[in-house]
Design a protein around this ligand. Structure first.
Ligand SMILES: [Mg+2]
Length: 311
């Protein structure tokens, strides 16, 4: 069930772990209201970490992009899945270990800076790391298959099935991971959302005691927050539609919902279900739909749909 909050969320939680694509920008274009909401949250004392499953861009590149969109950010504010891959390898492998990279040069650079020797051939490698790189070829997957079969530790930045583009959904890192699962019969250790590793790294980075996960995807951001035991805010500026949200199974349901990032700096009134209708302040929802398209009506719709689903 949605949780009410009489105070704005940025006053209740001390840090926001913000997803990027679909929350702050879409196809590199800024999303309306997002920059202003981040500014208001920060002015109120909330810390912010920008958390991305994408391992192809360096933290500094992401920070530059955010700054261009009017959201002040340094590399230190950005937590990428490639950084989480490196910290996992640092716990599991000796420094100087050789690591086969199926991914971008940025990921290879990150590994080198983390004390590993990145290579592109399966000779004497201790681990295989896999991140999205559009130029990945059959020959790269073949090297990985050989190394994995020989017992190398296999780590994937994320298992996103798709990658959003102006032309529609394209194969994501998870699609390439599946090719190797199919080949080897093994499964990688995954650091990206919905696995907890990336959230753990983000919480540590900003020193959060009461973090709030903010995202646009139910199966990564929200499911991951639920798995990590963290509260979450879903915004509808990315891939999730109202219909998706109403139909979400319990482990994919967020703590708070909002049409855009302004929900980070506003109160969240309670939605009360009574029989086959629900009310949130002035807005109502019933079998025929909602009274209007406000966020209050959205909350009433969610509460009604989730109560009626019986789970
Ligand atoms: Mg997203």
């Amino acid at each position: 069930m949605l949780k009410p909050s009489s105070a704005p969320l940025h006053e209740v939680y001390d840090a926001a772990l913000l997803d990027l694509d679909g929350v702050l920008y879409l196809d590199s274009e800024p999303i309306a209201q997002a920059a202003g909401a981040v500014e208001t949250a920060r002015a109120g004392g909330m810390r912010t970490a920008f958390v991305t499953n994408n391992s192809s861009r360096r933290a500094s590149t992401v920070a530059e992009h955010l700054s261009e969109l009017g959201i002040a950010a340094t590399a230190q504010d950005v937590v990428t899945s490639s950084q989480a891959v490196v910290s996992l390898l640092q716990r599991r492998l000796p420094s100087g270990a050789t690591v086969l990279v199926v991914g971008s040069d940025g990921l290879a650079d990150e590994l080198a800076e983390g004390g590993f020797v990145p290579v592109r051939e399966a000779r004497g490698v201790a681990a295989v790391v896999q991140g999205l790189e559009p130029r990945t070829a059959w020959t790269d997957l073949a090297e990985a298959a050989v190394a994995i079969a020989a017992g190398a530790l296999w780590v994937a930045g994320n298992t996103d099935s798709t990658f959003p583009s102006p032309r529609g959904l394209l194969p994501g890192n998870g699609a390439m991971v599946q090719a190797l699962v199919h080949t080897t019969g093994r499964r990688p250790v995954v650091v990206g959302k919905p696995e907890p590793e990336l959230f753990r790294a983000s919480v540590a980075r900003v020193g959060a005691e009461r973090p709030l996960v903010v995202g646009d995807r139910l199966d990564t951001d929200i499911a991951g927050a639920n798995r990590a035991g963290l509260p979450s805010l879903l915004v509808l500026t990315g891939v999730t539609t109202r219909e998706d949200l109403l139909a979400a199974p319990p482990d994919h349901r967020p703590t708070y919902v909002s049409s855009d990032l302004r929900g980070l700096v506003t109160a969240h009134p309670d939605a009360v279900v009574s029989g086959d209708t629900a009310r949130c302040r002035e807005a109502t929802a019933g079998p025929d739909g909602a009274s209007d398209d406000s966020d209050d009506a959205l909350r009433a719709m969610c509460s009604l749909a989730w109560v009626r689903s019986g789970s």
